[in-house]
Design a protein around this ligand. Structure first.
Ligand SMILES: Cc1cc2nc3c(=O)[nH]c(=O)nc-3n(C[C@H](O)[C@H](O)[C@H](O)COP(=O)(O)OP(=O)(O)OC[C@H]3O[C@@H](n4cnc5c(N)ncnc54)[C@H](O)[C@@H]3O)c2cc1C
Ligand code: FES
Length: 286
């Protein structure tokens, strides 16, 4: 059991959880994740360790409520416990001294991008971070990213904050005005990572992406997280989640992510109906 110390809403449908997990807090490295189960009947969901405090024995998760489990997690309060938190899982991000490194985080991908920006900066790189969100109310962790970077460029699809446009526009602009960076790391929605990788391939910039396929066990046993990288089959939970963006088959990843859409929709609908019935029973106890 892992106690939740803090659960704070930081943007529309996005919560930051501080969770007691002393061993994970000590061992985790940038790029690693945990698999969480809320209760003994719950499904196992992978979540990136967005930050950790080894002295306090805590890890920080930043989670967007997109379906049944993440919405249920958002209702938990400080003092409540998660049934289990397993990790750190996955291979840590390869951190080198590249020179100028551009870290790109799109949407909830800003949370996994945070420890990577921190580690690249600690390794002596000049870190330029590009943050992308659909609109200002969905932009997360700007302050933390400013602390982890030498420079931050914000862009929103609707222009409500920073420059108007996608992260790929900001990256193309940066390359045109200031030349090629030495390295790019991108994490966010699959189409975003695909188009960032196409752009950097054109310019010959080494690029890593952090993939988010459906994961079940997180230990290389079930095959759920299978991805194709450079025509080889890889398991993102043990071989990744980071891979060379120029080699990833993003179209296959998008198809595999959508495999269980109908089951996911039904599970969420059933949970909402159960919640409504419980609320009704509480307001009309007779
Ligand atoms: C390595 C990794 C790190 C991640 N880190 C974060 C994070 O830091 N913050 C965050 O908000 N989200 C993160 N995710 C995504 C998160 O795991 C899913 O949003 C979550 O599992 C959705 O579950 P649900 O029941 O709420 O929604 P559902 O309705 O079940 O699913 C909604 C969508 O989430 C994805 N998904 C569902 N189940 C899984 C699963 N078991 N594994 C992976 N994806 C799934 C699918 O694309 C699905 O269509 C990460 C995913 C991976 C693989
Ligand atoms: S999640 Fe089962 S093999 Fe990766």
């Amino acid at each position: 059991m892992n106690e939740i110390l803090e659960n704070t809403v930081i943007a529309e449908s996005v919560n930051r959880y501080v969770i007691v997990a002393p061993k994970i807090a000590q061992r985790r490295k940038a790029g690693q994740f945990v698999i969480v189960r809320i209760d003994e009947h719950g499904e196992r969901i992978p979540l990136t360790i967005a930050d950790a405090d080894p002295a306090r024995g805590t890890i920080t998760l930043v989670v967007q409520a997109v379906g049944k489990t993440t919405a249920q997690m958002a209702t938990l309060k400080p003092g409540d416990c998660l049934r289990d938190v397993v990790g750190p899982l996955g291979a840590p991000t390869h951190i080198a001294r590249w020179g100028t490194a551009v870290v790109i985080g799109g949407g909830i991908g800003i949370a996994p991008a945070h420890p990577i920006a921190q580690a690249l900066k600690a390794a002596g790189n000049t870190v330029i971070t590009i943050l992308g969100a659909r609109t200002q109310s969905l932009l997360i962790m700007e302050e933390e990213m400013r602390r982890a970077s030498d420079e931050v460029i914000v862009c929103t699809d609707d222009g409500s904050c920073g420059m108007k446009g996608f992260v790929t526009h900001a990256l193309a602009d940066l390359i045109a005005k200031r030349g090629k960076p030495d390295f790019v790391f991108a994490v966010g929605p699959v189409p975003m990572m695909k188009y960032v990788s196409l752009l950097t391939k054109e310019h010959g910039i080494p690029t890593m992406v952090s993939l988010n396929p459906i994961m079940v066990d997180g230990t290389g046993m079930c095959g759920g997280c299978r991805v194709t990288v450079g025509s080889e089959m890889k398991f993102a939970c043990v071989d990744g989640p980071d891979f060379d963006g120029h080699q990833v088959d993003f179209d296959e990843l998008m198809k595999r992510q959508a495999f269980y859409k109908e089951q996911e929709r039904l599970a969420y609908q059933r949970m909402q109906e159960r919640c409504q019935a419980e609320t009704l029973a509480q307001t009309n106890p007779s």
